[in-house]
Design a protein around this ligand. Sequence first.
Ligand code: GLA
Length: 367
Amino acid sequence: MKRAILGAAALVAGINGVSAATATRADFGTANGAKVEAVTLTNGAGMSARIMTLGAVLQSVVVPDKAGKKEDVVLGYDTAQAYLDRPNYFGASVGRYANRIAKAKFSLDGKTYTLAANDGPNSLHGGKLGFDKRMWKIDSVGNGSVTMSYVSADGEEGFPGELKVSVTYTLSDQNELKLEYRATTSKPTVLNLTNHSYFNLSGNDARDVMGDLVTLHAEKFTPVDATLIPTGERRAVAGTPFDFRTPHKVGERIRDGRDQQIRYGRGYDHNFIVDGSGLRSAAVVSDPVSGRTLEVNITAPGIQFYTGNFLDGTFFGKGARAYRQGDAICLEPGVFPDSPNHPDFPTARLNPGQNYVNTIVYKFSAR
Ligand code: GLA
């Protein structure tokens, strides 16, 4: 097993305010016969994060609870192969287009592009072989950080332009894990890169997330039709089960069948329009039992709040634990779903010469 430990200059780096965390590179088995590697970032505050080359997946995130007990707070699998055998976007770097494109079609500069319909009539998370199922290359490994990249050929999964994408994961000593998705294209195209981690702050999926307190800094959300495509409306959350401007338990209103949006989503599976712009707090989740809190800071205009409604017990994950509905919270920052078909939504377009950046910071604490 190949191992390399970096971070010898840890102390000096820490004093200078740079991450003093280490990065350890190791083999992580195979997936359909191809070698998979993983990089584990570890800091001095008890946190570690493992990222594997298959799908640039965030495979584990270990953080202490209020008593200092270190446990994994993301759903996933123990082996790389399971991510291909039972795909569910656990921790994945999703692309080219995270979330849905209606009727698996969009047009750009007068030309219509047809994608694979892999979610009823719609395209979901980049199509049949999205970025979550591709092998990414490790570009660099440094103190507390790793950069992985993938080159998507012109026409791959029906999208125009050769797209060069990368993601840099950096762990700080303040238990912040920063993800920076970048891309450039050879032709005008559309994209929406995000991370699809399923958080369960109880640790090792001990309990479901119904008792978690969620705050979403969003005055409005984008209601959907029965196939989870935005109607185009921007609806105020006030007076609805979607009002998380102050903390509410996930389970408090998730069964409110009077609300058609809750019925369509089988719970929460909706894009919230995050107040403000630039890098800002979009969401806070806390588990009152373990005391763990996660704050998600983002640069994107929206965030998909999804409560694992499609987990049906057939996805048995780490430690052969069967994952069931309501076992996790996903917070997927990006442009809005189906933006290529909604000219009045923030644009998903990228032109040659432009640099796409989507920054996500997961900040953990315990009290
Ligand atoms: C996103 C979607 C959900 C579901 C999951 C993956 O969160 O909005 O509807 O498809 O991904 O299962």
